[in-house]
Write a protein that binds this ligand. Structure first.
Ligand code: GLN
Length: 489
């Protein structure tokens, strides 16, 4: 199967099949991927290449020739730079980890390689996954291939762009408050945030541990199912990981018949015209396929942003205490006393947004303020989870836009933290409640003459991740998924 740069990239499912029947080799797919990455360097989607990739490709080929059947045989994949892959740098987009090389594999990396995937490189991201635009990386911003003056969303912007620009068919990101779903929406691909605990977090660098979850980007429901079947499952090395993953399968239009779809009323305001019309078109398609669609209110959602940031920042302030220049990462001023050394290391190593969050997080946890902020936020978190559970008594799946607007311009929100936080209005509550949610590329909005993708978010009850793939397959079958490629990629 000859594949050339700038031609449509076959799906992961097709690539694996082609390797398995010896129509192509993992080595050919790897060199094709490197050529694609080279041609798309301007997008700055990657932080580093995996120098062990060629060796991985050889090993996969040997296993295929020995008769092994591998679900991801030779499939090139990119993972976010907060996922450890032994022998590669894991910088988390931060200066403080610029020279850190992973001594071990994250469970997802191990599972991918066992399944025959070749990890080609590490994707650019907002520093420590704190952001919604991939502008805060120490490696510079990632550009959106639909309009390079715009952000690709974040924090997993590099992983989203890798799939949108057809550099690799699938990739992995992490989602603490929307970081897989929102960049998927901004770049026009699928992005899945699994149920909390569905995918092991062992080897994922922690941002906010009670919210973090690894999730895939892909261009088809079939590929999403393929990769979920590889990465989901119990891991004794992650105490929060859950047992018994279901079999993930892409559905058909028949699966939409009788589906009870609830549209969250609180998400219907403040959307751009294109987001609104995309939502309506999607709902019409669902009705046309025999689903019932009704509005449902989840009143506590109006507190979701405040609660999310008052939980994420305290957790971050605690998780990031380990970067003290003693155990991990770079150290400034060797020879200075411990306090000075730690202070200077953190001052030089962390960017502004990370410092802001450590300060706010520490403040919100401090004695006298804990009750006023952190503990109140935790009560709201409980309320949100309860309200979702109540809604799922009447509905199989809930729906909102993934973001109130398509990709915004670079620089538009980077100097206004509150505006950046507010951009997460549709995604953060899902992490607070631990639910699975999928952003589906469902339409386009033309802004200033540029055609920009729009994503619609589907939310399922806890541990019903598989329903989202059933639904995605059904939507593809009725023509409600708008998967396209940006010009030139
Ligand atoms: N934008 C959100 C934040 O900055 C979510 C980030 C994420 O999901 N990693 O916290």
């Amino acid at each position: 199967m000859p594949v050339s740069v700038n031609s449509a990239l076959p799906s992961a499912t097709d690539l694996a099949r082609a390797v398995q029947v010896r129509e192509t080799t993992p080595q050919t797919l790897l060199s094709d991927t490197l050529a694609r990455l080279d041609a798309a360097q301007n997008l700055n989607a990657l932080i580093s290449l995996n120098e062990g990739a060629a060796q991985q490709a050889d090993a996969v080929q040997a296993r295929v020739l020995a008769g092994e059947t591998l679900p991801l045989a030779g499939v090139p994949i990119i993972v976010k730079d907060n996922i450890n892959v032994r022998g590669t740098r894991t910088t988390c987009g931060s200066r403080i980890l610029a020279h850190y090389t992973s001594p071990y594999d994250a469970t997802v990396a191990r599972r991918l390689m066992q399944a025959g995937a070749v990890i080609v490189g590490k994707a650019n991201m907002d520093e420590f996954a704190m952001g919604s635009s991939t502008e805060s990386s120490a490696n510079g911003p990632t550009l959106n291939p639909w309009d390079t003056a715009r952000v690709p969303g974040g924090s997993s912007g590099g992983s989203a762009v890798a799939v949108a620009a057809q550099l690799t068919p699938v990739s992995l990101g992490s989602d603490t408050g929307g970081s897989v779903r929102q960049p998927a929406a901004f770049t026009g691909v699928y992005g899945l945030k699994p149920t909390y605990g569905r995918v092991s977090r062992f080897g994922l660098v922690a941002y906010a541990s009670s919210l973090d979850q690894i999730g895939p980007f892909a261009r088809s429901a079939e590929d999403l199912a393929l990769i979920m079947n590889v990465i989901a499952g119990h891991d004794p090395q992650d105490a929060t990981s859950l047992h018994a993953p279901p079999e993930f399968v892409a559905g058909t239009p028949d699966d939409l018949r009788g589906l009870r779809v609830g549209v969250i009323r609180e998400s219907l305001e403040g959307n751009t015209a294109g987001v609104e019309s995309t939502l309506n078109t999607t709902l019409d398609a669902l009705r046309g396929a025999g689903a019932s669609v009704q509005e449902v209110s989840i009143a506590s959602l109006r507190h979701a942003i405040a609660a999310y940031y008052l939980i994420a920042m305290p957790e971050a302030s605690s998780n990031l205490a380990r970067y003290d220049g003693m155990t991990y990462g770079d150290r400034n001023t060797p020879g200075a006393d411990v306090n000075t050394s730690m202070t200077l290391t953190r001052e030089h190593g962390f960017g502004r947004e990370v410092q802001r969050r450590i300060l706010i997080g520490t403040y919100a946890l401090s004695s006298g303020y804990y009750d006023a902020y952190y503990s109140k936020a935790m009560k709201i978190r409980g309320l949100i989870a309860q309200e979702f559970a109540r809604a799922f008594a009447d509905f199989d799946v809930l729906v909102t836009p993934t973001s109130p607007f398509p990709a915004f311009r670079r620089g538009e929100k980077s100097s206004d933290p509150l505006a950046m936080y507010a951009a997460d209005v549709d995604t953060v509550a899902i992490n607070l409640a631990g639910l699975p949610a999928l952003s589906v590329p469902a339409g386009f909005e033309t802004i200033d003459g540029v055609r920009l993708p729009v994503g619609i978010q589907f939310i399922a009850p806890t541990l019903k991740d598989e329903l989202l793939l059933t639904l995605a397959g059904g939507l593809e079958g009725v023509g409600a998924v708008q998967m396209d490629a940006p010009a030139g990629y």
